[in-house]
Design a protein around this ligand. Structure first.
Ligand code: ZN
Length: 141
């Protein structure tokens, strides 16, 4: 792991990855067998987790990151903001969040939010802004 301690405390990063790994065991992935878990750390210290849930109609599959976010909003409302997102899988594969999840999470992250995930060369810790530099925002005139 490169020195990314300025972005996120390494101990906290490992804690979040552990929570994500734990919930990945609940994934419903009979088609891809790619079991993913996500852990979202909110600005009040609360952590919400989620796993991927597939469907035989593949387009209806929902990612771990979005399931975690929707769970968090369902349980606690939308007042809190995400400061860190951890995503991992039980397949020992690189798994940065997909584009759809990045867009959905963009409405709930703090400006300094970070993402932790397994990359091709080990654990990556990146700023959310780096992963989604031009998110869609609704602006009307
Ligand atoms: Zn996704």
């Amino acid at each position: 792991m490169s020195d990314t301690s300025h972005l996120l405390d390494p101990t906290l990063a490992q804690q979040l990855l552990g929570a994500a790994r734990e919930v990945a065991a609940h994934a419903y992935a009979p088609y891809s067998r790619f079991r993913v878990g996500a852990a979202l750390l909110f600005d009040d210290g609360h952590i919400t987790t989620g796993c991927n849930v597939e469907n035989v109609s593949f387009g209806l599959t929902s990612c771990a990151e979005r399931n975690a976010l929707f769970r968090a909003v369902s349980e606690r409302g939308a007042a809190h903001r995400i400061v860190a997102i951890a995503v991992t899988n039980l397949n020992d594969a690189a798994s940065p969040p997909c584009g759809a999840c990045r867009q959905v999470m963009s409405e709930f992250v703090t400006p300094s939010a970070v993402i932790v995930f397994p990359g091709d060369a080990g654990i990556e810790i990146r700023s959310f802004a780096e992963l989604l530099p031009f998110s869609f925002h609704l602006e009307t005139k």
